[in-house]
Design a binder for this molecule. Structure first.
Ligand SMILES: [Fe+2]
Ligand SMILES: [Fe+2]
Length: 174
């Protein structure tokens, strides 16, 4: 990015922006892998529907990582170069699946999305009114935020369907 452009991001240094975006970038890679591996190991009822949802989320997180990397480069920064930095820079961390059961996997993922939502909400606040020339950045953050909100809703719906189904089966059998 041109020097003048970088200096015009009002009230916040381009280097600070890069740092914040790199943290989100780390989160996205970890979220991508979490969905990727969950889709592989998941077991239990409605497995196929959940597999499809997890796979779609994995693709979305990878797309978010791509958007963030492009923006970081545009700002004259460098996206994190080593996967080790994903752990040191991440705000939401990584939740290794302890159980492969559908409900446990959904709960882990819902937690992850709730963290992502709070990260992007606070990023949206940070950039509000500051990115006067690069309006596109605020737009990018709100697009990602909207995806994370949708992810959480979709997972919660699946979680509720399954728990309701299990309760019905139990009452029928009981
Ligand atoms: Fe994401
Ligand atoms: Fe997400």
């Amino acid at each position: 990015m041109a020097k003048r452009g970088s200096s015009i991001i009002k009230g916040i240094q381009a280097s600070e922006v890069v740092e914040l975006l790199n943290k989100a970038y780390a989160d996205e890679w970890l979220a991508y892998y979490q969905y990727f591996i969950e889709a592989k190991v998941i077991k239990g009822i409605m497995k196929d529907a959940i597999f499809a949802e997890l796979t779609q989320h994995a693709n979305d997180e990878l797309r978010h990582a791509d958007m963030l990397a492009n923006r970081i480069i545009q700002l004259g920064g460098t996206p994190l170069l080593h996967p080790q930095e994903w752990f040191t820079q991440s705000s939401c961390g990584y939740k290794e699946p302890q159980s492969f059961d559908v409900v446990a996997i959904l709960k882990d993922s819902i937690q992850g999305e709730q963290c992502a939502i709070s990260v992007y909400s606070s990023l949206a606040d940070t950039f509000k009114d500051k990115d006067i020339i690069y309006y596109g950045q605020a737009l990018m953050i709100s697009q990602i935020l909207a995806d994370e909100v949708e992810h959480e809703e979709d997972l919660q719906d699946l979680h509720d369907d399954i728990t309701e189904f299990v309760t019905q089966i139990k009452s029928t059998m009981g």
